[in-house]
Design a protein around this ligand. Structure first.
Ligand SMILES: [Zn+2]
Length: 387
């Protein structure tokens, strides 16, 4: 089957599913709000939409191969406890209470080291974020207690980005540092995708922690996704949670002479199209707020025909931020192929936005149209090829 990337409409929040050619799926963040779970409410039922796109294992459990939490903010982990199994694999509930669905089993977690920090004045956590943190710690302990031997589905974890030296000790086998590339997905060398870690940068002291928290330091990954066995890098997907301007400025300093590290065919705009991804200036407190040229450069490494996605509410020409209208204008300078989950297919009805990765490039959600013969349905889309 074709590889796909699906952006779920979750307001100002992220929930993105990558499905690879070998059926492996990677879910980045969740934001399943009460309205989406309420059949009486017309918000898109994103939990059902997710379940339609994932498979069931031989024990009858719906599962994702990987759940990535970009950072532990509310709009990236809401609904985690309600919809996902957290805890030992053996404690999975096979027969959920009447009216409830089976929870989604998470084979492997990719976590930032930020969740191991205790909640502090810099860092407060919601119940879902706490539950994620508890689960990540359980898996790390399992790894350490067993010296990394015999870790199986439901216990696997990778730590993306390095914490203070002594805190990462003993975790070398599951640590992927900033700048590293890796091929392992759920314990197996993947031939369907590989990953480059761009963030978070390492965390060495409390000052770093403050800076990183303030800038919504997030897991940033450049995914290289295959369209088939002979088209390995058919889609470069760049996703970076809510990482803000200081982080992108730093990425430019590091990679300006090595642009391949920042290239993309599909960009998930950081922080729901917030102005603070592009500028150090406040729009409300500054007469003439300027964009940061370096951060913009880091985010401008679009391959020809690239798509740029704002995972946010509809973008209006007003003072709202995020999503910020002025920020959108900056992204439009990078690529005209701009999409917003809060405007798809229109501002009142929302559906998942699904991109297909074809050998000749990525294809946005197709417009359904009768084919010339009048028999069946043809998908008209806008493919792009690499220049
Ligand atoms: Zn966010």
């Amino acid at each position: 089957m074709s590889a796909k990337i699906t952006f779920f409409p979750v307001g100002n929040g992220d929930m993105t599913l990558i499905t690879l050619i070998d059926d492996t799926n990677i879910l980045i963040d969740v934001n399943i709000r009460t309205a989406a779970d309420n059949p009486e409410d017309d918000a898109c039922d994103v939990a059902s939409e997710l379940r339609k796109r994932i498979k069931t294992d031989d024990k009858g459990r719906p599962y994702v191969d990987v759940f990535v939490l970009s950072h532990p903010d509310k709009d990236h982990c809401t609904g985690l406890q309600n919809h996902f199994h957290l805890g030992k694999p053996n404690d999975y509930v096979d027969e959920p209470p009447e009216g409830e669905e089976k929870k989604i089993f998470v084979r492997e977690i990719w976590s930032s080291p930020m969740v191991f920090r205790r909640a502090s004045k810099n860092h407060t956590l919601t119940e879902d974020a706490k539950a994620f943190s508890t689960e990540a710690k359980r898996r790390v302990k399992q790894y350490k207690d067993n010296y990394g031997v015999g870790i199986t589905d439901g216990d696997r974890i990778l730590i993306i980005g390095e914490d203070e030296d002594q805190k990462s000790e003993g975790l070398e086998g599951i640590l992927k540092k900033q700048g590293e590339i890796f091929y392992a997905i759920n314990g197996t060398h993947s031939t369907a995708a590989w990953m480059r870690v761009l963030g978070p940068f390492s965390l060495q002291n409390e000052e770093d922690e403050k800076t990183l928290v303030k800038n919504h330091s997030s897991i940033i990954i450049q995914f290289h996704i295959a369209a088939d066995a002979s088209h390995q890098d058919a889609c470069l997907f760049l996703t970076g949670g809510d990482a803000e301007v200081a982080i992108w400025n730093k990425l430019w300093a590091k990679y300006q002479y090595n642009l391949d590290n920042l290239k993309y065919d599909l960009l998930q705009i950081p922080h729901h199209c917030s102005w603070h991804v592009l500028s150090f200036d406040s729009r409300s407190q500054c007469d003439d707020p300027k964009v940061d040229a370096d951060a913009i450069s880091a985010l401008s490494q679009a391959n020809e025909g690239a798509f740029i996605i704002s995972t946010s509410r509809a973008i209006k020409d007003d003072e709202t931020d995020p999503p910020c209208y002025a920020a959108k204008q900056e992204y439009l300078k990078i690529s005209k192929n701009f999409r917003c989950t809060g405007e798809y297919p229109n501002e009142t009805t929302h559906e998942p936005m699904e991109f297909t990765i074809a050998v000749d490039g990525i294809q946005p959600p197709g417009k359904k149209k009768m084919s010339a013969g009048g028999a069946g349905i043809a998908i008209i889309s806008e493919p792009h090829s690499h220049g």
